[in-house]
Design a protein. Structure first.
Length: 366
């Protein structure tokens, strides 16, 4: 078991290990207090793990209940958010009571947003069950729902009081779901840790590795949490350095929307990283080996990198990205593996970058 401390305005620990579900009640009681708890999950994760957590919470003295909503990014909407709020009110939760977000990134985002706004903020515990949520979305305090106009357009910064990442939950993911989480792992290597990137080139974080040698997965998850922790501590509310975590996301989110959220977030980020790296290399601001290394590492982890959409389509959707400010958008541009910069980019140039990345991927103009 590893514990990583996050020293934000409201500090908390991220605990990574096994059999944390069964011990969650004691851990939450020691950190959070309160008398009532609501375990919020979805229809995929709830049947697997919610009862284990509820029983642990009750053994620790909580009046605990559960609420599930339909699984899938398409349900990360106001309807699910409002239903959670109504469930908290029906359970007569107070602001000193605990919302437990048990699930992947969608659950963490929606339940976190409900915790941030119920009675103007109540205690939140994140219990990520997917690789993507463990290495990324459960840490840092971003909570949100999607609107018709775009992804994550309504939300709040609301740090959890505790994060419990039970790596045993990863065994119930499909190989495709596990691979999708590797998109964020690779992103962390590109923006902050060339040693991690090189290690993954030699020892890919695969589903087979999880199944045959699960102990090897824990330190990789811990390293990713440390990377995100370090960035978040520098810039909790994303005004400067935290924007580095958005590498590949502006285009990646557009691909998600164009695919009607049927393609996983990590896969879309992989596509976005590849496009940006190709465009940057074509402009001479990125080592020309970087796009190939990114694409080959993504391939080793079962991630697609080639985008089938056209530049105009992606650009029109990306205009709704929350990182846009007026006639510019902040892009993360790689120079080397482990060395990226945040570049305010004119929207016309952003369109050109998307087009150049797609052309390079397709081998056009060579």
């Amino acid at each position: 078991m590893q514990t990583i401390h996050v020293a934000t305005g409201k500090p908390y620990d991220v605990i990574i290990g096994t059999r944390l579900l069964e011990a969650s009640g004691e851990q939450i009681r020691s950190v959070c207090g309160g008398t009532k708890a609501m375990v919020v999950s979805d229809t995929n994760v709830g049947p697997l793990y919610a009862q284990i957590v509820v029983e642990s919470l009750r053994a620790a003295g909580y009046d605990a209940d559960t609420f599930w909503f339909e699984a899938g990014e398409e349900h990360k909407r106001a309807e699910a958010y409002l239903a959670i709020l109504e469930a908290l009110a029906a359970h007569e939760m107070s602001r000193s009571d605990v919302v437990v977000a048990l699930g992947g990134g969608v659950v963490g985002d929606v339940a976190g947003f409900a915790a941030a706004t119920y009675m103007r903020g109540c205690t939140l515990v994140q219990m990520p069950t997917s690789l993507l949520a463990m290495v990324d979305s459960s840490v840092g305090g971003k909570t949100a729902i999607d609107l018709a106009g775009g992804k994550n357009l309504a939300g709040a910064f609301w740090q959890p009081s505790l994060v419990l990442a039970d790596i045993g939950c990863l065994a119930t993911l499909t190989p495709e779901q596990f691979a999708d989480g590797c998109g964020e792992v690779i992103k962390h290597g590109v923006i902050a840790d060339p040693e991690l990137f090189s290690y993954l080139e030699e020892t890919p974080l695969t589903y087979d590795l999880l199944m045959t040698y699960p102990a090897a997965v824990e330190p990789i998850i811990a390293r990713n949490v440390q990377i995100k922790r370090n960035v978040v501590q520098m810039d909790e509310r994303e005004t400067s350095a935290r924007k580095l975590l958005n590498f590949g996301h502006s285009i990646g989110h557009a691909i998600e929307a164009c695919d009607n959220y049927q393609t996983g977030h990590g896969t879309c980020v992989a596509m976005g990283m590849s496009l940006i790296a190709h465009a940057a290399a074509g402009r001479g601001v990125c080592n020309p080996k970087v796009p190939t290394r990114i694409e080959e590492l993504c391939k080793l982890h079962g991630l697609a990198t080639r985008c089938t959409h056209e530049a105009d389509e992606l650009y029109q959707v990306a205009l709704h990205d929350k990182k846009r400010s007026g006639s510019a958008i902040d892009l993360v541009i790689p120079a080397e593996i482990g060395a990226c910069s945040i570049v305010p980019t004119d929207l016309d140039d952003f369109h050109a970058i998307i087009a150049e990345g797609i052309a390079a991927q397709r081998g056009e103009g060579k």
